[in-house]
Design a protein around this ligand. Structure first.
Ligand code: GDP
Length: 284
């Protein structure tokens, strides 16, 4: 859940000269993010707050259907989170190891977040985009579905661990359910599960396996909509509304706000980094 201080949000974009002035005086902003903030306002909103961009095309009486300002950080907080994801001498971001069962998982005491989704949903591409400020981290992106067969652990400085879970559905490893179920059930420091859904096709039958696991174990989880650059605005809006309705009516543990992303245009990536930093206690 967002800290109260994170409720300033997208409207700060309209005060951008003041925000830029403030950020240029603080050392919380990387050069790269300072350049992002100089983008034209509409482009910037699309990049940082893609759900609010979708909302613009929604009839006013439907807008409350989208819970889009529950997590609504300011550009300053987004800049701080980008710092957490930036590899430096003092903030090493590395692949740690892989495991096929929980007993082989590295013993890492930090808060942990995991990414789970159907094969080909865009999980490796998303993790690669999240780690783009740590170019030495190798996340394999495959053209063939079913690539990730193991749980891959990455540590982000002294802040938290990111776990890339095996893809499910087509060509999932045989022991997928055992491996993932045990991890979700037993991993004590797991703070949030990010469940990826392809925004082009929406929630598929196989996605229900992962949703049911999260619900059954009462885990806090979040739905991330991938590949948003692939759809027209109309199609994306339709999918967003359908998935939002599903979250509102059929889930208990799912965070009410959706996180749309594109690993190609980077839309939503900064916001997702900020949410991860927040749920792992790194923005307090
Ligand atoms: P994984 O099997 O879930 O790890 O999926 P990958 O990351 O390997 O992506 C599967 C395919 O979707 C690849 O061909 C990627 O290039 C493509 N892809 C992934 N993310 C995006 C995205 O945000 N936009 C577009 N247009 N293609 C994507």
């Amino acid at each position: 859940m967002a800290a109260p201080g994170l409720r300033l949000g997208a409207e700060r974009l309209f005060e951008m000269p003041a925000v830029l002035e403030l950020l240029s005086r603080s050392n919380s902003t990387s050069q790269a993010f300072a350049e992002v903030l100089r983008l034209p306002k509409q482009q910037l909103r699309k990049l940082l707050y893609p759900l609010q961009e979708v909302e613009r095309f929604l009839a006013p009486d439907r807008r409350q259907d989208l819970h889009l300002r529950i997590f609504d950080p300011s550009p300053e907080d987004i800049a701080r989170a980008d710092k957490v994801f930036t590899a430096t001498e003092g903030n090493r971001i590395d692949y740690v190891s892989s495991a096929v069962r929980i007993g082989h998982a590295p013993d890492l005491p930090r808060p942990e977040v995991c990414f789970i989704g159907r094969s080909n949903v865009g999980k490796s591409s998303l993790i690669k985009a999240l780690f783009s400020l740590a170019p030495e981290v190798e996340v394999r992106v495959s053209k063939k579905p079913g690539h990730t067969k193991k749980m891959n652990f990455f540590k982000v400085g002294k802040h938290f661990t990111v776990v890339d879970m095996p893809g499910y559905g087509y060509r999932a490893p045989e022991d997928f359910v055992d491996m993932v179920e045990t991890y979700l059930k037993e991993r004590r420091n797991l703070k949030r599960t990010f469940l990826l859904v392809d925004s082009v096709v929406g929630i598929q039958k196989t996605d229900n396996i992962a949703i049911e696991m999260c619900e059954e174990f009462a885990l806090p989880y979040v739905i991330v909509l991938t590949k948003i650059d692939k759809s027209s605005k109309g199609h994306l809006l339709k999918q967003v509304l359908q998935i939002q309705k599903f979250v509102n009516t059929k889930t208990q543990g799912c965070f009410p706000q959706l996180f749309p992303v594109s690993a190609v245009t980077f839309s939503g990536i900064h916001l997702l980094r900020c949410f991860i930093a927040s749920v792992t206690g790194n923005l307090d």
